[in-house]
Design a protein around this ligand. Structure first.
Ligand code: SAM
Length: 232
């Protein structure tokens, strides 16, 4: 797929907010200069487990990993699986690099930039899990088409998941919640793994709290958790 055409779901107009914040300290700059190039997803060509990790293994993909807490937790939990994390925000990438170094996680590859560009290069049916946690809200109605939860991106997520693969989504934003339910309830390619309200009101096992989520709860927000299984 050719990226960056207008109307193409991989275009960068979904980026929201800052791409870098405070100036990096020397140790952080060293992580960017030395560790990031060694762990980066290749800039062109297919993105496969063999190419990234040397052999086939279940692949997980996180869109907008923030500080990388969830990515690092999952990669530590599942050392035989491969993880791809995408995040355009430099300080978030630095934080993830710190987790990877400190927790010695060999099974993560990173892309500093638009997740949809990398997702478009993953072969169809290759992913076991896709994570979209607290995506940027784009709360104004006129910006709704920029939300990651929209037909174009979700069609791509669906195509890249294998049958039985899981799409996890979380938000603390009531407008985004209603929007996401409308988008997902209209689809026939996913089963919502939910039997009672408890399933979306309490954090499922194996789903750690990120810094973003902790802050949302501190300021009194409710958080909702969704798991969808790709139909066969
Ligand atoms: C509200 S933060 C949530 C971060 C993290 N998922 C968490 O729960 O802590 C949303 C993140 O999505 C990132 N983001 C926005 N557009 C993106 C895109 N097209 N590809 C990858 N990440 C993106 C932002 O830089 C930001 O870090």
């Amino acid at each position: 797929m050719t990226a960056h055409k207008s109307g193409d779901p991989t275009t960068l107009n979904r980026l929201y907010g800052r791409q870098s914040g405070h100036k990096l300290r020397a140790g952080q700059q060293q992580l960017v200069d030395e560790l990031l190039p060694a762990l980066s997803v290749p800039e062109e060509g297919p993105v496969t487990a063999e190419r990234l990790f040397g052999y086939d293994r279940p692949l997980h993909f996180e869109i907008g990993f923030g500080g990388g807490e969830h990515l690092a937790y999952r990669a530590d939990l599942l050392p035989d699986h491969g993880f791809i994390g995408c995040e355009p925000f430099l300080n978030g990438v630095v934080s993830a690099l710190g987790h990877i170094r400190d927790q010695r996680l060999p099974n993560i590859r990173l892309h500093m930039g638009n997740a949809l560009e990398v997702l478009s290069r993953i072969p169809d049916g290759a992913l076991s899990f896709v994570y979209l946690l607290h995506p940027d809200p784009w709360p104004k109605a006129r910006h709704a088409k920029r939300r990651m939860m929209n037909k174009g991106p979700v069609d791509m997520i669906s195509a890249k998941l294998k049958p039985g693969g899981e799409f996890r989504f979380g938000t603390d934003h009531p407008v985004y919640l209603r929007w996401a339910l409308m988008v997902m309830n209209g689809r026939e390619d996913f089963d919502w793994l939910c039997e009672s309200p408890r399933d979306f009101l309490t954090r499922p096992g194996g789903w750690p709290e990120t810094r973003y989520e902790a802050k949302a709860r501190r300021i009194g927000h409710e958080v909702w958790y969704f798991r969808y299984r790709k139909r066969g």
